[in-house]
Design a protein around this ligand. Structure first.
Ligand SMILES: [Zn+2]
Length: 160
């Protein structure tokens, strides 16, 4: 279902656009090599006619697959734009493009989604990077098997 509405349908009442947009429509590839989007964008928007514009407001939600800049671990980042809004002028130089009475909201949504991308995706705020991740993993292996490798036993001695 494209993110589009017919402007004639707004003449008497507001429209609600609720559903999912295939993420390919947003064309998010190549913006950041550490961020990928494969799940659809969820949206719940209210579209209202104003005297000289159209007001769109509501919620947008997109789950991103990210790679941590510090430890390279893959993680999911849920991007939520709550109370997102967009005013589309119907006249003037910035007026919205209307074709066959329809307005496509995709470019407006895309712009704000891209702006909301995490600048430096981190698996968690306190991620200390690859070395710390390797240590944590080694520790969990130790915990899981109950065995302590000699290297880690040496390390433990040092701590004493
Ligand atoms: Zn990390």
């Amino acid at each position: 279902m494209p993110l589009r509405f017919n402007i004639r349908h707004l003449e008497r009442k507001a429209l609600r656009l609720r559903g999912e947009l295939p993420v390919a429509e947003l064309d998010l590839g190549g913006i950041d090599e550490l961020i990928r989007a494969s799940l659809p964008l969820k949206h719940d928007l209210l579209v209202e006619r104003q005297p000289r514009s159209v007001l769109v407001q509501g919620n947008l939600q997109l789950t991103l697959s990210c790679e941590c800049v510090r430890c390279l671990r893959a993680f999911e980042h849920r991007l939520e734009l709550n109370r997102w809004s967009c005013l589309l002028p119907l006249d003037g130089d910035d007026r919205v493009l209307i074709s066959n009475d329809c307005v496509d909201l995709t470019p407006y949504v895309r712009e704000d989604i891209v702006l909301a991308f995490p600048r430096h995706p981190l698996c968690r705020a306190e991620c200390r990077g690859l070395l710390a991740a390797a240590r944590a993993e080694a520790r969990s292996v130790v915990n899981a098997t109950g065995e302590i490798s000699s290297a880690w036993a040496e390390l433990n001695k040092l701590k004493l």
